[in-house]
Design a protein around this ligand. Structure first.
Ligand code: PHE
Length: 474
């Protein structure tokens, strides 16, 4: 037998890798967070700034993670250790991000499943009622059950392996997701509604508001605020600086063109975000007017059900399509979070003295990790009932358990990790180390020069500003 027992399970090729990575990148960040910021931050103005940042910083951060993963063949902890033994701590901090995110991601996934179930069983009108969402998330049994179902689905895919699990399901779910979103976005543009004051608003008007840059009252401060929002969104949306793309990169075969992969992942992620904006913003504008946009985090579970209700009979169909797409998007993202935890454990246990840990198979590690996360998920799911508390976050908003975990991982740790990894790559191992991997085995990295300038001089400063801002000191 020529197959070595421990031979790594890899992605089969470029397409499998790109779709799996896009599966990680495309998630609730695209469907809910992106439209919410676009509405808040001046429509087209936010879009312009976002595109610029994705092209410059997104490319640099994504390429760095993927190249580190492929070149070392390891997950975050051991990847950073392999690059520079003294930087092991950075690997550990990076590993902590998915560890934290995994505690709450299934809870949000569970909310999406619940809404899918509600619309499938014809309960849409109730979901549009005031207080429905709040009473659901503070119900203890229901939130726990849906969150555990979501965790089970995630674990099942990770348990099935890289090629037969992650790649296989991404190849099915991602194209369907894209079609569903194109369908709703087109439908949104055909909407029209006349409210009680006799004013008629159409989907096309809404699209114009979404796409036209709004420069009114633009000060330097506001410009900076929008840029910071957009930068945070780039991080979150591309799943960078949390070790996930390092893990996925470690499963990419040496003959795959990493440059093309980076472009394709970014393109997929950005197109889905743009489409999500063109499905949500016009729909909310038509039925709720401009004020409806300020719903913030409640957009997906509070405002949208009202919009579906106002659409009439067809609304429930659209709602089902929407929540099914959201469930797919969240599932492939959650899979990537769990996978990177499992991959780190696998690497970790290979290096310990305890015999029984060294002998644990990947499947057993998935099972054990899932059990531990079942406990964490139950705890977080009860964060609006049994474990309810309110804590003021450095950005001034009041948060519950999920918000606090989210703030620590996304606002605080990710910029911190980025600053350090830019210093490590830019000044210690040198950008060439990454570019060599991007160009292996003979491709050309067209952004090599930009990469070098950004990673050495620009990114560390920008990330430092983001980090300091997240601490709330300024
Ligand atoms: N990138 C995902 C999104 O856009 C979110 C995500 C965050 C996924 C962290 C995995 C880990 O929604």
């Amino acid at each position: 037998m020529s197959v070595h027992k421990n031979e790594k399970d890899n992605f089969s090729g470029q397409l499998g890798f790109v779709l799996a990575a896009a599966g990680s990148a495309v998630g609730v960040g695209n469907l809910w967070r992106f439209p919410y910021f676009a509405a808040k931050d001046g429509g087209g103005l936010f879009l312009l700034i976002y595109f610029f940042l994705v092209i410059v910083f997104g490319t640099v951060l994504l390429a760095s993670d993927i190249a580190i993963g492929r070149r070392t063949g390891k997950s975050s902890i051991f990847a950073y250790t392999a690059i520079a033994p003294r930087w092991k701590f950075l690997g550990i901090v990076t590993f902590m991000v998915p560890v934290i995110i995994m505690c709450y991601y299934s809870v949000i996934g569970g909310w999406i499943l619940k809404y899918t179930a509600v619309y499938l069983t014809g309960g849409g009108s109730a979901a549009a009622g005031d207080g429905y969402f709040i009473s659901f998330i503070s119900s203890n049994i229901e939130t726990v059950v849906f969150a555990l179902v979501f965790l089970f689905l995630t674990s099942f895919i990770v348990f099935s392996g890289i090629k037969k699990g992650i790649e296989r399901y991404s190849k099915i779910l991602m194209p369907i997701l894209l079609l569903l979103i194109i369908f709703i976005a087109s439908f949104s543009l055909t909407l029209s509604y006349t409210d009680s004051s006799g004013a008629t608003r159409t989907g096309i008007d809404g699209l114009k508001i979404y796409l036209t840059p709004d420069f009114s009252g633009l000060t330097f401060e506001r410009f900076l605020q929008i840029s910071l929002d957009a930068m945070g969104q780039v991080f979150f949306s591309l799943s960078v600086s949390m070790g996930i793309m390092i893990t996925y990169g470690s499963y990419v075969k040496k003959n795959v063109n990493l440059n093309k992969s980076v472009y394709h992942i970014q393109f997929f992620d950005t197109v889905v975000a743009l489409l999500a904006g063109s499905m949500i913003i016009p729909a909310i504008y038509v039925f709720c007017g401009l004020d409806g946009m300020n719903a913030g985090p409640g957009l997906m579970f509070i405002s949208l059900p009202k919009v579906f209700e106002a659409m009439g009979a067809f609304g429930s169909v659209i709602a089902i399509v929407f929540f099914v797409s959201a469930a797919f998007a969240a599932l492939t993202s959650c899979v990537s979070v769990l996978e990177s935890i499992v991959a780190n454990f696998l690497d970790l246990f290979k290096n310990v003295k305890l015999q029984f840990l060294r002998n644990l198979s990947r499947k057993k590690i998935v099972l054990i990790t899932s059990f531990i996360y079942a406990a964490a998920t139950v705890t977080v799911a009860l964060g609006y009932s049994v474990f309810y508390f309110e804590l003021e976050l450095p950005n001034g908003s009041k948060g519950q358990l999920i918000d606090v975990l989210d703030y620590i991982s996304n606002n605080f740790m990710m910029p911190f990790i980025s600053v350090l990894s830019c210093i490590l790559i830019g000044w210690i191992i040198r950008p060439k180390w990454i570019i060599e991997e991007m160009e292996y085995p003979g491709y050309r990295c067209h952004f090599a020069r930009m990469y070098t300038v950004v990673i050495r001089y620009i990114a560390p400063v920008v990330m430092l500003i983001l980090f300091v801002q997240s601490t709330g000191i300024v």
